[in-house]
Design a protein around this ligand. Structure first.
Ligand SMILES: C[S@@+](CC[C@H](N)C(=O)[O-])C[C@H]1O[C@@H](n2cnc3c(N)ncnc32)[C@H](O)[C@@H]1O
Length: 218
């Protein structure tokens, strides 16, 4: 998986994802209600969700394919005096060397669309494998209704590369509800929540992302 773009983005701009999304606030309420303890922040970026999870008392494995992202995550965790709550890894979400039945929950935010559909299916299956029985994942997916759909070069159905400034090397898969229902078919109690994210980038430019948030249990 070519992830040079994210390494470059974090080297040049440092932290680019700041605010805590309602998706994560809701996920944490669910994790607390289920008395979960050990959470995998898959594709942790520069650690906004890792710090938030650790500050709420969870033990977290923070993992990202970008070494720079992980370095910044460590700095942020240390800055908040949460180092006893967090361990680190550099797993590729499409090929994870992690044991079966290991985590209470896997949180994967703004990350799963960075690949081809068959890779994403593999990752969803891998997350199932590493979840404990009774565990759950919370993931989100940019959808075909997003205003960046169709930008760049089409490399596979609903998948484009080169359409987003700064992410020229990264394929973006845009989900449909039908695809997601197939992809999560081995999970139980699956919920699909339509979500519109609004945020400003480091230059103050406003962005809107049309997404589906998935809650799925093993
Ligand atoms: C938009 S950022 C989101 C980061 C974080 N989840 C957040 O919400 O702040 C996407 C992240 O996915 C990571 N990523 C992309 N492909 C990956 C892969 N194959 N395995 C693991 N992480 C990956 C990137 O390095 C980047 O940090």
């Amino acid at each position: 998986m070519n992830n040079g773009s994210w390494e470059k983005i974090y080297n040049e701009q440092g932290i680019v994802q700041h605010e805590i999304l309602n998706t994560v606030v809701e996920a944490i309420e669910l994790f607390k209600s289920k008395k979960y303890k050990y959470i995998f922040d898959l594709g942790c970026g520069t650690g906004r969700n890792t710090v938030y999870l650790a500050s709420k008392g969870f033990q977290v494995l923070a993992s990202d394919i970008s070494k720079k992202g992980l370095d910044i995550t460590k700095e942020e965790v240390n800055k908040h005096n949460l180092s006893d709550k967090v361990t680190y890894d550099t797993q590729d979400m499409f090929d994870m060397a992690l044991p079966n039945n290991n985590f209470d929950a896997v949180l994967c935010v703004w990350t799963q669309g960075h690949g081809l559909k068959h890779q994403i299916q593999k990752s969803i299956n891998e997350v199932y494998r590493i979840l404990k029985m009774g565990g759950m994942t919370v993931m989100d997916f940019v959808t075909v209704d997003d205003n960046t759909f169709g930008l760049g070069k089409k490399i596979a159905p609903n998948t484009f590369v080169g359409g987003r400034p700064g992410e020229e090397d990264i394929p973006h898969y845009y989900a449909t509800m039908d695809d997601l229902k197939k992809m999560f078919s081995k999970y139980s109690n699956v919920k699909y929540i339509d979500r519109t994210y609004e945020f400003k980038d480091n230059n103050g430019k406003e962005h809107i992302i049309e997404a589906i948030v998935v809650h799925a249990e093993k």
